[in-house]
Design a protein around this ligand. Structure first.
Ligand code: NDP
Length: 286
């Protein structure tokens, strides 16, 4: 079957498929190098054109690996990188962006994110990002790990509404953003990118993967638990999930999650197993 389109539209009219590829911890082990390059290229073949990296990942090693994987097919990719908060203003921002572009072997990013909120005044980050856009080094900018109050502050500033996405932690075992952040982002017309959609690094990963309801639903669709988790994460059409997979088989499996159509009954059963929040939760981060 053909992949469903499953796209979200950004404010500037460009589209991102709701399933992409994360790259944290890639490029760090020589023995995994070839498999990781192959995994990323397989993902592109499967239509997972969004690739998410950061200057932080392996202190540049992830970006280098991505650069290698996409060198002959830059136009197939919606390329995202992130800047450390302490680099996110003035000359440091220009230098950090140039260094990321160099490692990635490209002359532009599709999207550049502030990795998390640091001490730099948001006005200065916005101004720097807008300049990078004007200079053609990035097509758009966004933020990561911003809660509702941070978003409100950002959107009240000049050009703050140019923010294209907010990338935050979101998976079945951590649904806090559904209480306020997710509805707020929807209202503002800014898509959410879900990191750690397979609950990596979370205390509840085991609970999620071994949960009876999750496994029953997976079986009913002849799907894997990972596929159910991904289909669940992107169910609203407003969220882009970026699972990291260092093995081609995992990427193929993940891409096929776009074919899954979970129904209302499934969602209700999953709500019972992992209830949505009924009060404000602190933003979950890694
Ligand atoms: P994920 O939840 O995506 O989990 C990744 C793990 O799941 C890897 O061990 C991977 O194994 C495994 N996996 C992938 N596919 C499957 C599958 N089909 N079946 C079983 N296991 C599978 O965790 P991440 O922390 O990597 O999050 C995803 C991405 O989000 C990051 O890579 C990064 O790009 C971004 N991120 C952003 C953050 C931020 O602050 N903005 C913070 C954290 C992450 P294997 O590699 O062996 O295939």
């Amino acid at each position: 079957a053909a992949l469903k389109q499953n796209v979200v539209e950004l404010k500037d009219g460009r589209e991102m498929r709701t399933l992409g590829q994360g790259t944290w911890r890639m490029g760090e082990e020589v023995s995994k190098h070839d498999a990781e390059v192959e995994a990323l290229r397989t993902g592109l073949d499967c239509g997972l054109h969004v690739i998410d990296t950061a200057e932080m990942y392996g202190e540049g090693e992830s970006e280098k690996l991505v650069g290698e994987a996409i060198q002959d097919r830059r136009e197939d990719v919606f390329l995202i990188s992130k800047v450390y908060p302490y680099n996110a203003y003035g000359d440091k921002l220009v230098k950090a962006c140039d260094a990321s572009l160099e490692r990635l072997g490209t002359d532009y990013l599709d999207l550049y994110l502030l990795h998390w909120r640091g001490d730099a005044p948001l006005e200065e980050t916005i101004a720097g990002m807008e300049q990078l856009k004007a200079d053609g080094k990035i097509r758009a900018w966004g933020v990561s790990n911003f809660d509702v109050e941070d978003m409100k502050e950002l959107l009240a500033l000049p050009n703050g509404d140019h923010c294209a996405v907010n990338q935050v932690l979101y998976h079945l075992g951590s649904r806090g953003i559904e209480y306020d952040l997710l509805p707020y982002m929807k209202e503002q017309g800014i898509p959410v990118m879900a990191y750690a959609p397979l609950a990596e690094g979370s205390d509840v990963k085991k609970d999620v993967f071994e949960n009876e309801t999750v496994n029953r639903i997976a079986e009913a669709y002849s799907a894997s638990v990972a596929q159910i988790l991904l289909a669940w994460t992107i169910r609203s059409g407003h969220v882009i999930a970026i699972p990291k997979a260092g093995q081609a088989e995992h990427v193929e499996e993940n891409a096929a999650a776009l074919l899954l159509d979970l129904n209302e009954e499934d969602f209700a059963a999953l709500d019972e197993a992992f209830p949505p929040p009924t009060t404000k939760q602190p933003l979950d981060v890694i």
